[in-house]
Design a protein. Structure first.
Lengths: 191, 191
DNA sequence: ATATTCTGAATGAATGTTCATTCCTAATAC
DNA sequence: GTATTAGGAATGAACATTCATTCAGAATAT
């Protein structure tokens, strides 16, 4: 088996287990078994458990940021840009529920404490598209005068919570509900 | 020392430790030391660790529900009732940050999985004030036609996230910002 | 072409640590 | 003197990590 393949197997196994059962339900021995490798093998690819967990997070984050910034309509009005990001978030996580669950596990754990929330939108070296949106909105007086943190919370918290409910099967977010949800978030901050 | 006092000491110690460090940073030995009792003593008051953790949750929940339903203006319009609950939430958790942190730890843990979110507003035997609010709002056509879950998320998720940021010192929620925040949540669901 | 040596990836039993829980002894109350 | 409560050392289970050993295949020699 090619080297890269084995690394992928380990990442996949760990991600699925952690997403499904949390960090506790995923001891190294179980990850190894699910990946079809020996426990020791994992340590040939990742220095230790923490490094493995953080690597998985980084991979997911990269995929998500790539998805959101692809075709980002930076020249369009603030409202259009916001809808692009917000709906992109819904689409991406609806299609990749394991990524969502892993993110959530990671975020609410000692690992996640270190990560600042707004950094998610900052792909390495790129300008932060979220802060750009916020500042442009303020300057053009299309959004309320709120601290950036609160603006972020009003626009994204309901989406994240609803995605969670969708993935847990408590509510079905189809296209029309997604539209309604994102519009409502916008309604909360628009002037 | 009176029996009840010792029980309180244990609960207080466990709550503070868990709120500050998470479930991991609070082994039974540490709880015992902080409470000023022997490890074995804890097991005279609580069957095991899980029972202790759930008992603390229940105590906090009772205090919160009591606070929110006290002076609840059930005869007033939906909007007024919503503001009462939402601002009560902000006030309570601003004044009791440890309760908030404990709630958060609990909610994002294997324990919390079992608890359904909307049950928070259901004090034993009482009608669920949240569902009552939602149904009245729908009937009177003052709120958008959304599933209850999404309505809940739009109105409370930004508040919870902002409380978190406030308690972590990332933003200062004073009275005027609280007013703005709660109003914005209402704006997202009102017709 | 075949045999021999070398390399380093893969493995999982063994180790050390961290805890929840138990249980025997000491202290205290009645 | 007996019963109840407190204490904390001892126990055992769960886990992350290590490391001596195996072994397939590459390199080299014959």
């Amino acid at each position: 088996m090619a080297k890269q393949v084995k690394r992928e197997d380990i990442i996949r196994a760990a991600m699925d287990l952690i997403a499904a059962q949390g960090f506790h339900g995923a001891p190294m021995s179980m990850i190894a078994e699910k990946a079809g490798v020996g426990v020791g093998t994992i340590y040939r690819y990742f220095e230790n458990r923490d490094v493995l967990i953080k690597s998985i997070y980084k991979e997911i984050e990269e995929r998500l940021v790539a998805y959101l910034t692809k075709k980002y309509p930076s020249e369009e009005p603030v409202r259009i840009c916001f809808f692009h990001i917000a709906k992109g978030l819904v689409t991406y996580f609806t299609q990749n529920p394991m990524d969502f669950k892993y993110f959530e596990q990671f975020h609410y754990s000692p690992f996640g404490e270190a990560h600042r929330r707004n950094r998610i939108f900052k792909s390495a070296g790129q300008p932060d598209i979220f802060m750009e949106l916020y500042e442009r909105g303020l300057a053009q007086q299309v959004i309320k005068n709120l601290p950036p943190t609160v603006f972020f919370n009003l626009t994204f918290a309901p989406i994240v919570w609803s995605l969670r409910d969708h993935i847990l099967g408590m509510v079905a977010i189809d296209d029309s509900l997604a539209e309604l949800l994102v519009t409502s978030c916008w309604d909360s901050v628009k002037i």
